[in-house]
Design a protein around this ligand. Structure first.
Ligand code: C2E
Ligand code: MG
Ligand code: MG
Ligand code: MG
Length: 275
C-alpha cells in the first residue's frame, strides 16, 4: 500500500481508498486516511443526549467522533489512531470542537454539558490539563460544562499519572466518568481514590438485562455499590421500553441509548433540545 500511495501522491490516495473495501484497509493505510481527514476537516463531532429521569430533561450529552461518508467504525479509527501520534491530534480536535460548540449555544441552553472520551494514550503523551484549560480560556467556557470519560485501561496502564491528571481536572471543575463499567477490573478503592463522579454501565449488561439473570444481578449490585460510594450512574445502550422500565426499577435515573435519542449533529441537537 505504501509504495502505491507514494507513487500516486497525496491527492490520489483518496481515489485509491475509495476503490477498496474498508475492512481490508491496513492499519497504516487507515492512518494516512485519518491524517488526511484531519487536514481536510472531514471529521465531525456528534452528540448523544443523556436522559435524566428525575428532571425529565436532556441536559447532558456525550461527544462522539463521526466520519461522514466513511463506513468504517469509529472504534476502529480510534484503535488505529492510538498506535501513533494521530490520537493526540484527534484528541485536540475533539476538545476544540466541543468547546467551540458549547460556547456558541444559545443562552437559554447554557446549562448543557458535554462529556468527552479520552484515550489512555492522551494521558501519557499529552498535557491534558493544559489542553482543556487553554481551550476553555479561548472560548470563555466554564470547565464545569465538561465531563471526561475514561476507561479502566487508563487507570490500569499508568495509575499514578492518571491519578495526578484526573485530580488536576477535577480541581478545574470537571466531572469524571468511568466508561464501559463492568468490562474491566476496577476495584472499589480505585473508584474512590480517583474521585470518580459517574460510572457508565456498559451496554452489554443493559442489552440482556431482561433475559439474563446474571446481567440483572450485576446491575443490581452495581447500583447498591454506587449508592454506597455516592457515585452517580448512567446506563448505556438503552434500546427498549422494557429495558428502560427494568433499569428504573433498579434505581437507574440517567440513561443513554437509542430508546431516548441517537447521536446527532450540532444543529439537530439544538433543535432536539428545544422541542
Ligand atoms: P463509548 O464511549 O462507550 O460510546 C458509546 C457508544 O455506544 C457509541 O458508539 C454510541 O453511538 C453507541 N450507542 C449509544 N446508544 C446505543 C444504543 O442504544 N445501542 C447501540 N447499539 N449503541 C449505542 P460509537 O459512536 O460508535 O463509539 C464507539 C466508541 O469509540 C466509544 O464508546 C468510544 O470508546 C470511542 N470514541 C468515540 N468518540 C471518541 C472520541 O472522540 N475520542 C475517543 N478517544 N474515543 C472515542
Ligand atoms: Mg463514552
Ligand atoms: Mg461506553
Ligand atoms: Mg467503548
Amino acid at each position: 500500500y505504501h509504495a502505491k500511495q507514494n507513487k500516486l501522491g497525496g491527492s490520489a490516495s483518496s481515489v485509491f481508498y475509495a476503490g477498496m473495501d474498508a475492512e481490508r484497509l491496513t492499519r497504516s493505510a487507515l492512518r494516512s486516511r485519518i491524517d488526511q481527514a484531519l487536514n481536510n476537516r472531514e471529521l465531525e463531532i456528534w452528540y448523544q443526549p443523556v436522559w435524566n429521569d428525575d428532571s425529565g430533561y436532556f441536559r447532558r450529552c456525550e461527544a462522539l467522533l463521526r466520519w461522514p461518508g466513511e463506513s468504517i467504525s469509529i472504534q476502529e479509527v480510534i484503535d488505529a489512531a492510538e498506535e501513533s501520534e494521530l490520537i493526540l491530534r484527534l484528541g485536540e480536535f475533539v476538545v476544540d470542537e466541543v468547546c467551540s460548540f458549547l460556547a456558541s449555544v444559545p443562552s437559554h441552553q447554557e446549562d448543557l454539558s458535554v462529556s468527552i472520551n479520552i484515550s489512555p494514550v492522551q494521558f501519557h503523551y499529552q498535557n491534558l490539563e493544559h489542553l482543556i484549560k487553554s481551550s476553555c480560556e479561548r472560548y470563555k467556557l466554564d470547565p464545569k460544562r465538561l465531563m471526561i470519560e475514561i476507561t479502566e485501561r487508563t487507570t490500569i496502564e499508568n495509575a499514578e499519572l492518571a491519578g495526578k491528571v484526573l485530580s488536576a481536572l477535577k480541581q478545574m471543575g470537571l466531572d469524571l466518568a468511568l466508561d464501559d463499567f463492568g468490562t474491566g477490573y476496577s476495584s472499589l478503592s480505585t473508584l474512590h481514590e480517583l474521585e470518580i463522579d459517574w460510572i457508565k454501565i456498559d451496554r452489554r449488561f443493559v442489552q440482556d438485562i431482561d433475559t439474563n439473570q446474571n446481567s440483572y444481578q450485576i446491575v443490581n449490585a452495581l447500583m447498591r455499590m454506587a449508592q454506597a460510594l455516592d457515585i452517580r450512574v448512567i446506563a448505556e445502550g438503552v434500546e427498549t421500553d422494557q429495558e428502560y422500565a427494568t433499569l428504573r426499577s433498579l434505581g437507574v435515573r440517567m440513561m443513554q441509548g437509542y430508546y431516548h435519542a441517537r447521536p446527532m449533529n450540532q444543529q439537530q441537537l439544538l433543535a432536539f433540545l428545544k422541542g
